[in-house]
Design a protein around this ligand. Sequence first.
Ligand code: THU
Length: 159
Amino acid sequence: MDKTLTISYCEYGSVDELSAADRELLLRAMESTTGSYSPYSHFAVGAAVRMADGNIVTGSNQENVAYPSGLCAERVALFAASAQHGPDSEIIALAVVGRNAEGHWVEASPCGACRQVMAEIEGRQKQNMRVLMYLDGGKIRVVKSASSLLPLAFTAQLG
Ligand code: THU
């Protein structure tokens, strides 16, 4: 039997169409690209997560000459939020944006590994984690649930 999974999302024409809270989160993600260490890819990524209590934690991609040792902006922000506010704190939204070598804002859709981390964090909290992605040309894509970005995700029933 064939079965189909779909991902639904909202697309906004510009940051002006977002709520004030989402606009702030996206701007914080943009600001955080200044902390990117990306001498190898020359692609700066900024991420900002909003906690349920209103706190915002930011991150940027951190590269290393041993390439796999680096980390994406999203996981830097997500792990920092958990480390600083505790693993039981809830993350209700994440915004991500890219800036290329020419300095232009471009899309940075979360990679598979970041989606896995986002899905697990969302799974252990009561609220959805919304994900906002800046798109080329200034549009914004918003998914209502991080888990929807990783259908059929690995969720081990360990011991
Ligand atoms: N990167 C992120 O930080 N987030 C993403 O969603 C995709 C890719 C980083 C990894 C690497 O430092 C650079 O972007 C180029 O792949």
